[in-house]
Write a protein that binds this ligand. Structure first.
Ligand code: ZN
Ligand code: ZN
Length: 266
């Protein structure tokens, strides 16, 4: 898919929550991580297959090693079945790994992964609190169940196999909870910050939560993504500039199609 030496995160889409998704003000396609010859697709929301085909250079789904759902909300899972179809070359070459919470697989008519597509995979790993998973040359951990409505949701810590350092952390959708930042020690910290300000009853991080996490963790770089309407209205690139100034940590607002080079962090 990408050159052998390319180690990068590619943000195909940066939409968060339902209105930015249904309007496609930002794309709701997923995120592709290519690292040490292992390629993961995280949270294939609506439009992921389209972005694979329309990206330049094109992304080849048959080169994916794994698809990961942090949770089953539509903006994270809509394209999961079609991406399994593409990863397995139309179902003719069963292969690949799927990692997702149990309620994405088995939930009385509300599972998002169809049984037919489960059968095309080499392996299905069920995410759980404290879980550890190996894919290719990478090790993934799901340290803590998030607080995100009734759906099971997990963030990720990712290491190169055999290395002690957590290279990357992805804080998926969650309401801020006491001690959240303790679980994510990645040198590069990606955070889903859907809301500008906290709103009662909405289980997402806001800018104030992001600032708290960045200050506590002080990663080498923090990347904000998964923007809802209030974030877009307040210009994520200006929010990130302000957070950089306040914290002294480099903070970047992801854009659709943004490629973030991981070579300096390996
Ligand atoms: Zn979401
Ligand atoms: Zn969600």
């Amino acid at each position: 898919m990408l050159g052998k030496e390319e180690n990068e995160i590619r943000f195909l889409g940066t939409a968060g929550a339902r209105f930015v998704m249904i309007t496609q003000f930002r794309s709701s396609a997923g995120t592709v991580l290519s690292l040490k010859d292992t390629t993961l697709l995280i949270d294939p929301g609506p439009g992921t297959l389209v972005k694979f085909a329309s990206s330049k250079p094109k992304l080849n789904p048959a080169k994916l090693d794994a698809i990961i759902l942090t949770h089953k909300h539509l903006d994270h899972s809509n394209d999961v079945n079609v991406m399994i179809e593409a990863m397995t070359e139309g179902g003719f070459k069963p292969r690949g790994v799927l990692l997702c919470p149990n309620d994405a697989l088995a939930d009385e008519g509300n599972a998002v992964v169809l049984n037919y597509y489960k059968g095309l995979l080499d392996e299905i790993g069920v995410l759980e609190e404290g879980g550890l998973y190996a894919v290719g040359n990478l090790e993934l951990q799901t340290p803590k169940r998030h607080v995100h409505g009734i759906v099971e949701t997990y963030g990720l810590n990712i290491k190169v196999r055999g290395e002690p350092m957590t290279l990357l952390s992805f804080i998926a959708d969650t309401l801020y909870f006491e001690g959240l930042e303790q679980y994510y020690d990645g040198a590069v910290l990606v955070m889903n910050v859907a809301m500008y300000k906290r709103r009662e009853g909405v289980d997402h991080l806001c800018v104030e939560d992001a600032r708290k996490i960045i200050e506590a963790r002080r990663p080498r770089v923090a990347i904000l993504t998964h923007f809802g309407m209030t974030m877009l209205r307040n210009k994520p690139w200006e929010i990130s500039k302000q957070l950089s100034k306040e914290t002294g940590v480099e903070v970047i607002a992801a854009r659709d199609g943004m490629r973030f080079n991981l070579n300096p962090f390996i």
